[in-house]
Design a protein around this ligand. Structure first.
Ligand SMILES: Nc1ncnc2c1ncn2[C@@H]1O[C@H](COP(=O)(O)OP(=O)(O)O)[C@@H](O)[C@H]1O
Ligand SMILES: [Mg+2]
Length: 266
C-alpha cells in the first residue's frame, strides 16, 4: 500500500455532555484508520455515531482529546492556526446544506474567488477567468458567477460548493451528507460529478453518509461507525457481502429489507 495521505491513530474527541453537569460525551472513541491518496472512503453509521465529528476533527475544526493525526507523515494534531495554514489548503469540506454554506450577499463568483485571493493563488486580473473555469469543471455555465445563492437550485449550489472546494486543488475533501438533501434525480448527478472529479484530480475523499446505497455506489472502502467507535473497515463489496459485525448486518438488513419491499409489487 502507498504511504497514507492521512493517518488517524487512536483518536478521541469529547464534548461537554449537556445532560450531565461536568460530564463528557465521547463523540469519537479511539478511532484509527488511514486514507490512501486517491481513495474514496465511506464513513457510514446511524445519526449520532460520530461521523461528522470525525470528519471535522480530520480537518482540525475540532481539537482531539487524544490520539494523532498525520498528513503525509507530518503530525498536525496540535498545530496552531499559523502552523495549520499551509495545510488547510490540502483539506476542504463540502457540507449537507449548500445554501447555508454560501454568504447570501455574495455572488457565487465572489464566493469562489475568496479562497484564491486569500491564498494569493491567482493574479487579480486572472480571477474572473479562473472562477469561470472552476464553474465549468463542475458543470455550471460561466454566467453562474453573477448569480446569488438564492437564485440557484440545490443541485446547482452543491456543484458550486464542490467547485469552491476544488479551487485550492486539495488532496482531501471531506463531504458530509453532501447529497442527502437533494432530490433523488439530482443526487445521482452530484454523485457522478464527485466520482468524475476524483478520477480527474486524483484527490482523496472522506464521504460521510447514512445512506448505504450511496456509499456502495461511490466508495472504494467503507468504515462503519457506531457510538463513536470504528466497528469495521474494508473494501466496499467485502463489507456489503461479508459484514463482520452484527451491527453492520443490521444496518445492511434494513437496506435489504427496503430493497425487497421496493421489488415487491404492491
Ligand atoms: N458541537 C457539539 N457539541 C456537543 N456535542 C456534540 C457536538 N457535535 C456532536 N455532538 C454529539 O456527539 C455525538 C456524535 O455526533 P455527530 O458527530 O454529529 O454524529 P453523526 O454525524 O454520525 O450524526 C452525538 O451524541 C452529538 O450529540
Ligand atoms: Mg452528521
Amino acid at each position: 500500500m502507498r504511504d497514507p495521505l492521512l493517518s488517524i491513530e487512536d483518536l478521541v474527541v469529547e464534548f461537554r455532555d449537556p445532560h450531565r453537569p461536568g460530564g463528557v460525551l465521547r463523540a469519537v472513541d479511539g478511532v484509527s484508520l488511514t486514507i490512501a491518496p486517491g481513495e474514496i472512503l465511506g464513513l457510514v453509521g446511524e445519526s449520532g455515531s460520530g461521523k461528522t465529528t470525525l470528519g471535522k476533527t480530520i480537518l482540525r475544526l475540532y481539537e482531539p482529546r487524544e490520539g494523532r493525526l498525520r498528513l503525509k507523515g507530518l503530525d498536525i494534531t496540535h498545530l496552531d492556526e499559523a502552523g495549520l495554514r499551509p495545510h488547510r489548503r490540502a483539506m476542504q469540506m463540502v457540507f449537507q446544506d449548500p445554501l447555508s454554506s454560501f454568504n447570501p450577499r455574495h455572488t457565487v463568483g465572489e464566493a469562489l474567488a475568496v479562497p484564491l485571493r486569500l491564498h494569493r493563488l491567482c493574479a487579480p486580473s486572472d480571477l474572473a477567468a479562473r472562477v469561470a473555469r472552476s464553474l465549468e469543471e463542475v458543470g455550471l455555465r460561466p454566467d453562474f458567477a453573477d448569480r446569488y445563492p438564492h437564485q440557484m437550485s440545490g443541485g446547482q449550489l452543491q456543484r458550486a460548493a464542490i467547485g469552491r472546494a476544488l479551487t485550492l486543488s486539495p488532496e482531501l475533501i471531506v463531504a458530509d451528507e453532501a447529497v442527502s438533501k437533494l432530490d433523488v434525480s439530482v443526487r445521482a448527478q452530484i454523485l457522478n460529478l464527485l466520482r468524475a472529479v476524483q478520477a480527474r484530480t486524483g484527490l482523496a475523499m472522506v464521504f460521510i453518509t447514512h445512506d448505504l446505497h450511496v456509499a456502495r455506489f461511490l466508495c472504494h472502502r467503507i468504515a462503519v461507525m457506531h457510538f463513536g467507535k470504528l466497528l469495521e473497515i474494508g473494501p466496499t463489496e467485502d463489507v456489503f457481502q461479508h459484514p463482520q459485525h452484527d451491527y453492520t448486518r443490521a444496518l445492511l438488513g434494513t437496506l435489504h429489507a427496503r430493497e425487497a419491499r421496493a421489488r415487491t409489487p404492491s
